[in-house]
Design a protein. Sequence first.
Length: 121
Amino acid sequence: MLETPKLEDSSAPQAYKLPPSAMIIIAALLLGGIGVFGLNRIRTANTPPKPVPVVSVPEIRTVTALGRLEPKGEVIKVSAPTSNQGTRVEQLLVKEGDRVQKGQINLVYVENRSFSSSSSR
């Protein structure tokens, strides 16, 4: 009779089997790792964030800069009348830089006639 070759000699790969105790240990380690990861994630989600220290910035009271200042409205230059206009300023009621209101009396004029008569005496 003819003998048939045995299949054990074939080059087909054989499946590697773990013992049941090793499978149980690996499954327990995987489940434990997943549990620890989940608990750690829940703990960090429930923890309020740490407050960030606020650095107080001192209030700026003055600013130094180069530039040009211009008034919002118009500027009117006021000067005393010349001597040929016949009047003289006796008293100036405001100082340079003072704020004035519309209609406010700023200076007192003296007419030339009264000035000349008082100076001739």
